[in-house]
Design a protein around this ligand. Structure first.
Ligand code: NAD
Length: 269
């Protein structure tokens, strides 16, 4: 019997008939992910704190792929907004197959200059909101085959990063939480995270305390000698959500251009 190469390889990566919700989808990585997932066949709910950027990203995705999209204004730190996002998704598309908890933010803060309030605020934005969002989507995700939640982790959550103490602690907790969810919510829900290295997101990284010279030094220190593009991360999300990854849960997938593989015997160059 002849084999069908499409069924064998391309189909497992297809997101045809999937409905995917992405938070922070007006930003660099979220918007690129919305484009890639829609290109793979998904209907994407583009949610962001800014309705204007959410609408812009959703319009671009629709124009580029022809897929149906929905833009929703959501502050992920508000539980009523989280519930409203669930309702809006179900009202428009009738189901949800995958949730990407992508919102996150951190900036340079000298180690001993951080207040308790700031630490807690960072934890709520980067970690607690993702927990609560997942909790509210869970009953609906569980109704679908190959349902998943995927988190935008960070390389600063896997290596000591005293310059980003509040953000890095919160991202470390996020990775741990993703594995805990994998252990408890399976087999009905897969839970994975991407450990993201430095990705070009325009102004946002500059606002976080970097300058161009620092970014060049950072890029030069990576094995791949460049910072990532948002699409480098978007393709990883596509894989983790797709049927091709249906036996993968509890994974921390590092996508960082080899940033974590610096030589232990450094030379001058
Ligand atoms: N860019 C990088 O180098 C990098 C590295 C490691 C991890 N990450 C992580 O990847 C994710 C996406 O990063 P990015 O580079 O695309 O950032 P970005 O700043 O370009 O986009 C973030 C988006 O989140 C939205 N947002 C902020 N607060 C929100 C809130 N309370 N509710 C809803 N939306 C909110 C913003 O409006 C923005 O559109 C984040 O979790 C970030 O921590 C990024």
């Amino acid at each position: 019997m002849a084999h069908d190469p499409y069924k064998m390889l391309a189909e497992p990566f297809s997101l045809k008939d999937y409905v995917v919700v992405i938070t922070g989808a007006g930003g660099a990585i979220g918007a690129a992910t919305a484009h890639v997932l829609a290109a793979a066949g998904a209907k994407v709910v583009v949610s962001d704190l800014s309705l204007e950027t959410a609408k812009q990203a959703a319009d671009n995705v629709r124009a580029w792929t022809g897929q149906d999209t929905l833009a929703v204004r959501t502050d992920v730190t508000s539980e009523s907004d989280q519930k409203a996002l669930v309702d809006a998704t179900l009202e428009r598309f009738g189901k949800v197959n995958a949730l990407i908890n992508n919102v996150g933010w951190g900036e340079y803060t000298p180690l001993w200059d951080v207040s308790m309030e700031y630490m807690v605020k960072s934890y709520i934005l980067n970690t607690v909101s993702a927990y609560s969002m997942t909790k509210h989507f869970l009953p609906h995700l569980k109704e679908q085959e190959n349902a998943s939640v995927t988190f935008s982790g960070s390389a600063v959550g896997t290596t000591p990063s005293p310059e980003f103490i509040s953000y890095s602690n919160a991202k470390a907790a996020l990775l741990h939480m993703s594995r805990s969810i994998a252990a408890l919510a399976g087999p009905h829900l897969r839970s994975n995270s991407i450990v993201i290295g430095s990705v070009d997101n325009g102004e946002a990284t500059l606002k976080a305390g970097y300058d161009q010279a620092m970014l060049k030094r950072l890029a030069d220190s990576f094995v791949m000698k460049r910072r990532g593009t948002p699409y480098d991360i978007a393709y990883a999300f596509n894989f983790l959500i797709s049927p091709a990854a249906s036996w993968i849960t509890g994974l921390q997938m590092t996508v960082d251009g080899g940033g974590s593989y610096k030589s232990k015997m450094p030379t001058d160059d």
